[in-house]
Ligand binder design. Structure first.
Ligand code: PLP
Length: 377
């Protein structure tokens, strides 16, 4: 096998995920569990790697989006409870869920009845979570249906209700104003639902907080929090009050593939959106938008070499991008540059990219493509 670090690659640091999990667990009240959300292949870090790291750090449960993501973790012999956050409606999918001991998210009575039927005669109990919509307007039953669905599920002999949950729509917004208002309103609605349930409570856990909810307000923790972004070392909120010293777990590295010296006045890359203003030395780096460095970042980001920021110039192309290294002429073909992540004391965060491209850190992290080999360090 040749060295995968030849052109461009991802470096994943599972100890960072483990440390982040521990740090987040420390701010949870006693008895509050942490579900590590490892959907989308662990936000691009590799689901199995980060799932194991989070479990070592004290996570009790795992969350994924799709059936296949859940099955992959089971095939990797991961035994922790796994919740599927997406919606499954076909009998085939739900029955696979039962076979693989994955917990589906239910939003309707119909799904509950289907699960009850599918588990009949199998000898296994179908563990499920019920989702209620409190203002995200995506999955989940209406608030007024919760009482009767919970009642029915609890009467069904083949079902085991493990959780009742909801999802916040705006917890990552500004600390004051609209996002505060909407988040409190969702909390109020969630609690009004919970108040309807006391006689049967305790048998299942209730949860609503994502990373932002977890970090912004301990009163959103309840029995469990579902943490994604923060696990990977990135805070979803700017003016975070808790200083957790989260550690970024991903590095995006690439090598200089070619170096050229050009005079002043030369157009660089597609469209000549950059024209040299002086005699310049350019480094061509072997990574492009087909690897996950969005073309929308063209000319607005830097790469790190030995703690120095080198400006990226011209359009980012499918497989390559150019750096202006005139001020750092000692780079060589083969020199490793950091496109994202830590280099010495310096850091390029997904937020820096997403602020430029009009995206969000979540999308930046899951945007890295299979062409980049992933190296666990
Ligand atoms: C993705 C997801 C999360 C995790 O969100 P982060 O903001 O990454 O912490 C939690 N809950 C649900 C339902 C999700 O889909």
């Amino acid at each position: 096998m040749h060295d995968p670090r030849q052109r461009a690659w991802l470096e994943v640091n599972p100890s960072a995920v483990e440390a982040n999990t521990k740090a987040i667990k420390q701010v949870l009240s006693k008895g509050c569990e942490l579900m590590a959300v490892v959907k989308a292949d662990g936000y691009g870090h590799g689901a199995e790697t980060v799932a194991r790291a989070a479990l070592r750090g004290g996570a009790s449960d795992l969350g994924v989006a799709t059936l296949d993501e859940g099955i992959q973790l089971r095939q990797a012999s991961i035994d922790a409870p796994i919740l599927l956050l997406g919606n499954l409606s076909s009998p085939e999918e739900l029955s696979a869920c039962l076979d693989w001991r994955l917990m589906p998210t239910l939003s309707t009575l119909k799904q509950a009845m289907l699960c009850q039927d599918l588990a009949e005669g199998t000898g296994s109990k179908f563990k499920v979570h019920l989702k209620v919509d409190t203002g995200m307007t995506r999955l989940g039953c209406d608030m007024k249906e919760v009482f009767s669905i919970v009642n029915t599920i609890q009467r069904f002999s083949n079902l085991n209700l493990k959780g009742v949950y909801s999802h916040l729509s705006m917890a990552d917004g500004e600390r004051y104003g609209k996002s505060e208002r909407i988040t409190s309103e969702q909390k109020r609605r969630f609690e009004s639902v919970l108040e309807m349930l006391p006689p049967m409570k305790k048998e299942f856990c209730v949860h609503i907080a994502n990373s932002a909810g977890t970090l912004r307000d301990p009163s959103l923790h309840y029995d469990m929090v579902r943490v994604g972004l923060a696990l990977y070392g990135h805070s979803p909120i700017k003016d975070l009050e808790l200083d957790l010293s989260l550690k970024p777990a991903l590095g995006v590295k690439a090598r200089v593939a070619f170096i050229r010296d050009v005079p002043s006045g030369v157009g660089v890359s597609y469209g000549h959106t950059f024209v040299t203003q002086r005699s310049s030395r350019l480094a061509v780096v072997g990574i492009g938008y087909a690897d996950g460095v969005s073309r929308a970042l063209s000319g607005q980001i830097s790469a790190l070499v030995n703690g120095k920021f080198l400006p990226q110039v011209g359009s980012i192309t499918m497989d390559q991008l150019m750096l202006d290294i005139t001020d750092y002429p000692d780079l060589k073909v083969g020199t490793i540059v950091t496109m994202l992540g830590q280099d010495g004391d310096q850091l390029i965060s997904p937020k820096q990219w997403s602020d430029v491209s009009g995206s969000i850190p979540w999308e930046v992290l899951c945007g890295f493509k299979n062409r980049l080999p992933r190296i666990v360090i």
